[in-house]
Design a protein. Sequence first.
Length: 539
Amino acid sequence: MRTYRKEVGWVQKHAVETALDGLPYGPENPDTGRVGKVPLPEGISKKRLTRDVVMLSWPSLLELILSQLTTFVDQIMVGRIPGEMGVVGLAAVGLTSSPKFTLMTAIMALNVGATAVIARSRGQQNRERANQVFRHALLLNLILSALLMGVGIWGAEWMVRFMGPEISEVTIHTATDYLRIQFYGLIPLCLAFTITAALRGVGNTRIPMLYNTAANAINVVFNYLLIYGKLGFPALDVVGASIATVIGQTVAFVIALVVVLRKKSYLYLSFREKFSFDRTILGNIVQVGLPAMVEQVLMRIGIIIYARTVSALGDLKFATHQVLMSIQSFSWMLGQAFATAATTLTGQCLGKRRTDMAVIYLNRTRALSCWASLVLMALILILRKGIVGLFTTDEAVIAMGAEIMFLIALSLPIQTDSFVISGGLRGAGDTRFTAMSTLVTVLIIRSLLATLLVTVLGWELWGAWIALLADLMIRAGMIHLRYRSGVWKGREEMKQRGGPKGVAPCLSCAMYTILVYYNVRKKFHEKEHDYGSQSIFFP
């Protein structure tokens, strides 16, 4: 009894205590049927549920806001570099995002698996196993990030040229320098991501908020010093922004490492303890992480095809597109923060075999996120023109950006709900379905529809954003149906050998989509060459 109380006290001190901690374990065979109305257990109130969700989500929200504000400041500082270098810098930074995160898909996938498995271990009150999973994930990501760093440094220029075939040589060279510097800082970035994912799995979202906030502040300071050459530092323009980002990321990793090296931490990393790979733990991580990796690969392939389609419109419109993407990312942070809470709570509930509490927490999280998204939607509708104006003084860009932002605002409540449900599915380990939905929407609908509307029909930036919103709406509907089915409640950690079913068909469909995309572009350019500016449908 004394040992049990000591363990509970440890959890209360170093992780968020939730209503789940005071409930008994669920039955050996919990309900896995369709999601319906679930009564609250005795002693559990809506007020307590709201407290649990808010305590887990507000640090993530603040962290995301500060991180995105740092990205905004980066873009604003780069965009206000004197002369043509401002527009060149915005386009260059935009070209580097997809290649960098495409290489990081395996890292992010392992982090998804680690978060889900650690959350279940936390629900089972098995601290030792949570630490074993954490060490496995950290070592795997160290090896992977070192390999990816070498690939990225070697292939940086090719990646940039692939992303922007119609972009000017000045922008290509600027983007290559920026991306290569980013890859030099890949190892500390990936390891910091892994520590953050593990801490969130045990419900500790405040510590990541603190060290990421410190890193963002350092990033902004060095942006000012290195972009414009202040206080004796050299004026490095876009290269200075990249160096500042790497410095901030390295600081975040150092602080995160100090946190997990403390023996009082729930997740504790010791270099003195013997370590050996456990096939069962690796299998559990891969069971959740492999479909997540497929999802990320498919998403990045779709984003790359989409970005190549938009980049063909030229530097100015591509820079406008990047501004709108940054604003949209800012609006998504609300859903991502609540999704973090959903992932943690769902994983812990299923670890304790409380599928009823998993549904209750998800529904409460969805309700809170819905009200918050409606408020944010109203603010965007009112302030959309001024928000775009922060990035540029070009009246045409501001007018078009404000119009497109109207569509972004209207879709926000649906997208926020989609993020929350997706977070819950990942916490349950149901990552295979999210991979399939990504295949259908991002890779097929968004990519091919954008090619049709932008390249073939000539709708330019409007066509690109109509394709993007079509993708988001259809994916939201698919994820909602999956949640209502209740299948995710029966997902268990990996017991069988081999990878998840459906991976090979997903990759085959991805290759087919890429072939269709390039065939359409090739045929269109052949027709355009033969008929000049005439439409291939209306000669």
